[in-house]
Design a protein around this ligand. Structure first.
Ligand code: AHR
Length: 307
C-alpha cells in the first residue's frame, strides 16, 4: 500500500498524501507571520504536504505561484489574495485543471463558481466594530473628532471593507466625526510610521487615529512620540488585529482599543481541504470568531493571547 511506502494516510479515505499549494500575500505584518505559522503547523499536524510561496505583496507573483501549482498538479490550491480584483483568468485555469481553490483570509471579486470556499474574517464587521470601539474610547468627551486613517493595502479586501464598515457607523450615527486625512500605509509598520509623520505635519488637528491594522498603529506611535505628542492620550488610537505587540501597546495606554482579526486559520483550512477532497459539502464562507478589546482589558487578556 502507499502507507507502506512511507506516505502518511491523511484521513480522507485514500492512502495518498494530499498536496496543498498555498500562495501567501507576503510578510507585511505580525498578523501575517502568525497566519503563516498557523498554516504551516496545521498542514504538518494534518499530514498534508504543503507547498508554500510568499508573493511579497505582489499580485503577479501570486498568479505565477498559482500557475506553478496547476502545472505541478497539486490536489488543492489555496491563497490569500493581495488585492480583490484581477483573478478571473487564473481561477478559470485552475477550474479547467479540476483543481479546487479555497480562499483564505481575503476575498476576491470574481465569480463565486471559481472558488469553493472562503476561510476568513468579516472585514466590514471589523470596520464597524472599530467604530463602535471608538465610541467607547471617546465616551462622554465633547469637542471635535478629527480622524486620521491609515488604510491597508490599496485594493485589498480588508482595506476596502474596513473603511466601508467604519464609514457605515459614522454616517449612521456620528455627523460630528470627521475624517481629516486617509492614506495607505500598506499594512506595514514602516508605512504607518512614515504616513503618520506626514499627517502630523499636514493635519495637526487630528486627535484620533484609525489604523486598519496594529502594525501601522505601532509605526504611527513612533512618529507621534517623535513629534512630542502622547499616543493614546493626545491622539486616541483604535486598530484591528490584536497581535502581541498591539496588546502590549494597549497595556501601556498607547493604543486605546483593538478589534480582533484572528490569523489562526490553519486548522480550519486543513479541515476544509480534507472535506473538499472527500467531496463533503462545505460552507461558502467559514467565518472567523473574533472579540473586541479596550485598553482596560489588555493586561488580563495578554497572557492568554495565542499570537
Ligand atoms: O488580510 C488581513 C490583514 O492583512 C491583516 O489585518 C493585516 O495585518 C494583514 O497584513
Amino acid at each position: 500500500s502507499l502507507a507502506a511506502c512511507g506516505k502518511k494516510n491523511n484521513g480522507t479515505g485514500g492512502g495518498k498524501t494530499v498536496t496543498l499549494g498555498f500562495s501567501q500575500v507576503g510578510s507585511e505584518s505580525g498578523w501575517r507571520s502568525a497566519n503563516t505559522t498557523s498554516i504551516k503547523d496545521a498542514a504538518g499536524a494534518a499530514g498534508i504536504n504543503l507547498k508554500f510561496s510568499d508573493a511579497q505583496q505582489k499580485q503577479e507573483n501570486q498568479i505565477q505561484a498559482i500557475r506553478d501549482y496547476i502545472t505541478q498538479k497539486v490536489d488543492v490550491i489555496s491563497f490569500s489574495p493581495v488585492v480583490s480584483s484581477g483573478w478571473d483568468t487564473v481561477l478559470k485555469e485552475a477550474k479547467a485543471a479540476k483543481i479546487p481553490v479555497i480562499l483564505t483570509d481575503r476575498q476576491v471579486d470574481a465569480d463565486a463558481s471559481l472558488w469553493v470556499s472562503l476561510v476568513g474574517s468579516d472585514f466590514e464587521a471589523e470596520g464597524e466594530r472599530a467604530a463602535h470601539l471608538l465610541e467607547k474610547v471617546l465616551g462622554q468627551s465633547s469637542g471635535p473628532v478629527n480622524i486620521a486613517v491609515l488604510e491597508g493595502t490599496t485594493g485589498s479586501a480588508p482595506a476596502t471593507q474596513r473603511a466601508a464598515g467604519f464609514k457605515k457607523v459614522m454616517d449612521a450615527s456620528h455627523p460630528e466625526w470627521k475624517i481629516v486625512a486617509s492614506q495607505t500605509g500598506n499594512f506595514t509598520r514602516d508605512g504607518g510610521k512614515q504616513v503618520m509623520a506626514a499627517f502630523l505635519q499636514s493635519h495637526p488637528e487630528a486627535n484620533v487615529l484609525f489604523a486598519h491594522n496594529d502594525d501601522m498603529a505601532l509605526g504611527a506611535i513612533q512618529s507621534i512620540q517623535a513629534a512630542g505628542r502622547k499616543p493614546g492620550t493626545d491622539i486616541k488610537i483604535v486598530s484591528i488585529d490584536g497581535v502581541h505587540d498591539g496588546f502590549v501597546a494597549m497595556t501601556q495606554g498607547q493604543i486605546n482599543a483593538i478589534a480582533e482579526c484572528n490569523p489562526l486559520l490553519g486548522p480550519q483550512l486543513m479541515d476544509t481541504v480534507k472535506k473538499v477532497l472527500a467531496k463533503q459539502s462545505v460552507e461558502k464562507w467559514i467565518k472567523t470568531q473574533e472579540s473586541d478589546f479596550l485598553a482596560a482589558d489588555a493586561a488580563s487578556a495578554l497572557p492568554n493571547r495565542k499570537y
